[in-house]
Write a protein that binds this ligand. Sequence first.
Ligand SMILES: [Zn+2]
Length: 158
Amino acid sequence: MTVFVCAACSGPLTEDVQLSEMPSGPEFDGRVGPDGIRRAPATVPRGFYALDPEPWGPPFLLTDEPVAMFPGGPCASPPDGAGFLMSGGPRDTIVLHCDDAPELCTDRDGGHWGCCGLHGENGLNQLCPCGTAVGTRISECYTAYELHLDPRRVRAGR
Ligand SMILES: [Zn+2]
């Protein structure tokens, strides 16, 4: 079991979580959840974490292939409309259920909010209580529902 802590202040960020394989992610069923918010089922069940081997999040690189910006996410073009954006972000981000990191608070600035939740396109949006940005939560109606901790900004506490 592991508690991830902030690399800057060593404060705990997550519940005690256990490593699992990276799940494929449940299909979005379009249903409104019990809290009245439309979003996908959680990728990782509570109490577990997975390491995502694929590049995740910003910076985004240009490609000719119509790929999703991130798994479960939309295809998007840069502002000039030429080509598509693909993630050039870090590999091995730590993927958790959003409810397993109760210490984190969402950055209110930075244009992170979409129509129903957080779209993740502007990068790190989850802050340690010390103010350090440590991860990205996505919870928009067209994205997966998951939290990615940046492996360069957190470490395993025990
Ligand atoms: Zn901190």
